[in-house]
Write a protein that binds this ligand. Structure first.
Ligand code: ADP
Length: 619
């Protein structure tokens, strides 16, 4: 029997299972997503002329004074820059502690001469701001935070544009530098973005206003795209100051010895670290360039993963053979291409979740389809074998009456026979041809019933009539095996439908009960009407059936191994017709059986209580 419900449920289970697993995989697969991000990042590089420049405090610069003299060096550097009138100067140094008074005074003086100065502040471990000394802060046009947001693999991919601690909130150093470079007085906030002088920066408040940094690709010589000139170089060649004209300058330490912790790996850098000050310049460039990468929302990720899984499952649920595989391959291709294509459109989409959704759904439903097809094939093969066996039996059975008819007709034509003998032979021919006709009729009926071509008659008839007719037909068979048929009183009820078909059904049960019982046993027929239903049961003490066989005996051509072993002839179609007849009458069949002890078949059919009384039936 084909059950579409099981198939649909199977595909739905695959769909939901693969979706849920893909979501979990997406969550666990963040490291892979990060790798994929870096790879996509590198393959979607764009370059533009930078607006910023780094004034570096490198090893060479420090050699002249070392870390303790940093503030004097910085002051000197700023003074060297001053003639070039840079647009903004952002200093990536923490100036929270008082230093040598003379040095501090020199730096303060240099700061005072620097317009659009941005100073840095960092968050300390105890969540307090490490602000510049008031002495320095006085000259600053803004103070920006330099807090890094690193992924767990230590790669710097994004920056929180906003950072709050206690009551104080700070914008990122590079954002402040950008604001000043655009002459904007303030940053306008909305839950989804920030607006600075007409530029809208997508940075959701719910995501800590994270901005993905578009690192400029390094030049062909492998050098950073952001130009960098050290204070030592500037000192040697003051004319280099011209390179800073009108630029946004980021000043900071690049010397490894002095700023070992302020260096980070970037998606571009192939494991090599980039000094923090340069990263600030890249953040500034990202803002200035204005092509922002935005992350797809969780909802859209989930929705797209679900759609991919749905498409993969549909490929197998609604198509078969090579078409399924071709469609599934297409879905997989889409899943692979999707994050890449979206990245080209500046949308960051995870890789693991959609890929897992598509693969799990495709493999899952492909496997499921394979098993369904195999089951159907086995089913079809079983049916064909049973059909062949039945045909074999039928043709064999037909031979017997045909041979009898043939032989008898020859007898009549060849020999001169007495009238009595002729009559006997004529009767034989008549009964054998009737048997043949009945056999053909039965077979045709099966086909017609199956195809729904038989129209059911709708007449009312008492249960007792059907019972009597069947008992009368079955008794000679039973007598031959010395089986006693015991019949209880017929229920006083009327059935509505086709009397002949009903008789066929009941006779079949009686016939089976006798056929599959050893001699000298009993067959009991009971009937009872209750609540509009007639229960008509035939119980025998015969060979019985295994529990797993009970479901299959109503399949066409199915015979139990015990029935075959018993040597009784059969086609295995009788019960399938009985079941159809009962169903056509709005009823059902219940079977109980125990191997070696007997079986009981009960027809449960809608019935009306009869007004007249029926006489008791006895064997
Ligand atoms: P068949 O022509 O083989 O009797 P049916 O469709 O009438 O075909 O029955 C199908 C199978 O169900 C039988 O072959 C037999 O294995 C089993 N069966 C039916 N009735 C009985 C019964 N009373 N006792 C044991 N087995 C039965």
């Amino acid at each position: 029997m084909r059950r579409p419900g099981v198939k649909t449920a199977g595909y739905l289970a695959v769909l939901l299972g693969s979706f849920v697993l893909a979501m979990v995989a997406g969550w666990l697969g963040a490291p892979i997503d990060n790798h994929a991000y870096d790879w996509m990042f590198r393959s979607h590089q764009t370059s533009w002329p930078p607006e910023s420049i780094v004034l570096a405090i490198d090893e060479q610069t420090l050699n002249r004074g070392g870390v303790p003299r940093m503030r004097r060096i910085l002051a000197e550097g700023l003074d060297l820059l001053a003639p070039a009138r840079p647009k903004v100067v952002a200093v990536d140094l923490i100036l929270a502690d008082a230093g040598d008074p003379a040095e501090d005074a020199a730096l303060e003086a240099a700061f005072r001469r620097t317009p659009n100065l941005v100073l840095a502040s960092d968050l300390m471990r105890d969540a307090r701001w490490e602000d510049p000394l008031p002495l320095f802060a006085r000259s600053a046009a803004a103070i920006g935070h330099v807090h890094a947001d690193l992924a767990f693999d230590g790669v710097s991919r994004q920056v929180p544009l906003e950072k709050a601690a206690g009551r104080v909130r700070r914008w990122a150093l590079a954002l402040e530098a950008y604001r000043l470079s655009r002459g904007a007085a303030q940053i306008t906030e909305s839950p989804d973005d920030l607006e600075i002088g007409g530029t809208v920066v997508p940075a959701r408040w719910s995501d800590s206003r994270l901005l993905r940094i578009r690192f400029l690709p390094p030049g062909p010589d492998g050098r950073s795209a952001i130009p960098s000139i050290s204070i030592a170089e500037l000192r040697r060649n003051p004319r280099l100051a011209e390179r800073f004209r009108g630029k946004v300058v980021f000043v900071g330490v690049t010397a490894v010895s002095a700023a070992a912790t302020d260096r980070f790996i970037t998606p571009n850098s192939d494991g090599e670290q980039m000094p923090g000050v340069e990263i600030h310049a890249h953040i500034f460039e990202t803002l200035a360039h204005g092509r922002f990468l935005t992350g797809a929302s969780n909802l859209s990720v989930a929705a797209l993963c679900f759609l991919l899984a749905l498409a993969a499952v549909a490929a197998f649920a609604f198509r078969g053979g090579w078409q399924s595989y071709a469609l599934a391959a297409l879905v997989l291709l889409c899943a692979h291409m999707l994050p890449y294509e979206l990245f080209a459109r500046n949308v960051v989409f995870p890789y693991v979740a959609p890929l897992s959704a598509a693969w799990l759904a495709a493999v899952g439903s492909g496997t499921f389809q394979f098993f369904i097809v195999r089951r159907q094939l086995r089913f079809a093969e079983d049916e064909r074998t049973r059909y062949q066996q039945a045909m074999h039996f039928v043709t064999h059975e037909m031979k017997t009456p045909l041979t009898a008819i043939q032989g008898s007709s020859e007898l009549i034509s060849r020999y001169k026979l007495t009238d009595e003998k002729r009559k006997q032979i004529a009767d034989l021919i008549n009964s054998e041809s009737k048997r043949l006709a009945r056999m053909i009729e039965t077979f045709l009926n099966v086909e017609r019933l199956t195809a729904g071509q038989i129209e059911l008659k709708r007449e009312g008839f008492p249960v007792s009539e059907v019972l009597d007719a069947c008992l009368e037909r079955a008794r000679p068979l039973a007598d031959r095996k010395q089986i006693r048929i015991e019949a209880g009183a017929a229920a006083e009820a009327d059935l509505t439908g086709d009397r002949e078909l009903m008789e066929y059904a009941l006779y079949n049960l009686l016939n089976n009960a006798v056929k599959y019982s050893p001699g000298e046993t009993r067959v009991r027929v009971e009937s009872a009407a209750e609540n509009g239903w007639l229960r008509l049961s035939v119980a025998d003490q015969g060979i019985g059936m295994e529990p797993h066989e009970l479901k299959r005996i109503f399949q066409k051509f199915y015979r139990t191994s015990r029935a075959v072993a018993s040597g009784e002839k059969g086609t295995g179609i009788g019960l399938s017709i009985v079941q159809q007849i009962v169903a056509l009458h709005g009823g059902r069949i219940e079977v109980t059986s125990e191997p070696g002890r007997g079986s009981c078949f009960t027809l449960v059919i809608p019935a009306r209580l009869a007004e007249r009384a029926a006489g008791p039936q006895n064997a």
